[in-house]
Design a binder for this molecule. Structure first.
Ligand code: AMP
Ligand code: MG
Length: 341
């Protein structure tokens, strides 16, 4: 039987030890907590320059939020969503994210579709005023959903007249990569950030060993399911327990939508974790592969390099890709199986 719990973050950090090796100075962690993008963010960095680096990282987070927010009326996204089909000049970040969203939309056969926003709104996932839309309304809204109709020309973006976008599926991964880049530029050689449970490591732990990042059990999200050992990588999870409501029919409806029918994606997976060096890619793929299902996810992993996967099926089995062997520890009672090339 499926169990669901109202927990929003996906992964908790296992932060251990702070010995003094390879940190470029002080082994004392400096940290910041930020609430942005509707998410609690924790940033930790080691080294002499950590404080200044973290301040720059926090400014960068605020800058990205101001550009990409769907609620701030002057954000790039709000201007796009009210543009009535006219081209809009947006920030470099926004143009970059939209062109990547279109690319990953294509790579995943349309499983990632940023133009689903009107459908996501109709379910109430943006406001918390949840409802099950009627089918006629979904059909009407889906007629304007098509990521491939979005065009990006340098910093100029054009949406079809009735289209609206949101970058919630990939913005946090992009942001965590940007934070990592800033910290590194500022001489931080060891750090770790969690943006609502999406983790990005900068280097390894101060003692030179890998960071140990735990991934939540989608059937009991307050407990860990597994631990992965990583350095310089992002660990990003999409799960059906992160944001959902129970309808009047007693069924649960979650926030990751299948563009094929406008309903919460229900293709056999309850969580997808993507691990790789490129946070934006990990975030885009975590959402898309949740929609695509296990076999398509494994096929994409075989075709494209640059990431590893941990998939949890709705019948409580864990599948992980062979690149994680030796780096993966199951701490749940679920069975595991390795996906090979
Ligand atoms: P994530 O937590 O990264 O999986 O992103 C989920 C968020 O992306 C949702 O809350 C929606 O705002 C949006 N979204 C839902 N389904 C899709 C989809 N199929 N493609 C793109 N964005 C989506
Ligand atoms: Mg995502």
């Amino acid at each position: 039987m499926k169990r669901f719990f109202a927990v929003f973050s996906v992964i908790i950090l296992v932060l251990t030890g702070c010995a003094d090796k390879g940190t470029g100075g002080s082994a004392q962690a400096k940290s910041r907590s930020v609430f942005a993008m509707d998410t609690y963010m924790e940033l930790k960095a080691y080294g002499d320059n950590a404080d200044a680096a973290l301040d720059r990282a926090v400014s960068r987070i605020n800058e990205i939020e101001a550009e990409l927010s769907v609620t701030l009326p002057d954000s790039d996204i709000s201007r796009l969503n009210t543009s009535g089909g006219e081209p809009v000049e947006v920030s470099r970040d926004c143009a970059w994210l939209i062109s990547n969203a279109v690319k990953y939309g294509g790579m995943t056969g349309g499983a990632l579709d940023i133009t689903l926003y009107p459908v996501v709104k109709e379910w109430g996932f943006t406001t918390g005023e949840y409802k099950i839309p009627d089918d006629a309304r979904l059909t009407e809204l889906l007629s304007n959903v098509d990521y491939s109709a979005v065009s990006v020309n340098d910093k100029e973006v054009t949406l079809p007249e009735n289209a609206e976008v949101d970058l919630g599926a990939l913005a946090k991964g992009f942001t965590s990569s940007q934070v990592a880049a800033i910290l590194k530029e500022d001489d931080v050689r060891s750090g770790i950030v969690s943006l609502g449970g999406n983790v990005q490591a900068i280097g390894s732990k101060p003692d030179g060993s890998d960071w140990r990042v735990s991934v939540r059990d989608p059937f009991a999200p307050e407990t860990d399911m597994c631990i992965v050992e990583i350095s310089d990588m992002a660990v990003i999870t999409s799960g059906n327990y992160e944001r959902y409501f129970t309808g009047e029919d007693g069924k649960n409806y979650w926030h990751i939508i299948d563009p094929a029918d406008g309903y919460p994606a229900d293709n056999g997976l309850v969580s997808v974790t993507v691990i790789g060096a490129d946070g934006l890619m990990c975030d885009a793929l975590s959402t898309a592969l949740f929609v695509a299902g296990k076999d398509s996810a494994a096929d994409l992993w075989r075709e494209e390099g640059g990431f590893e996967l941990i998939l949890v099926t709705d019948d409580a089995e864990i599948f992980y890709t062979e690149g994680l062997e030796g780096k993966f520890t199951n701490v749940s009672s679920m069975t595991t199986e390795v996906i090979s090339r």
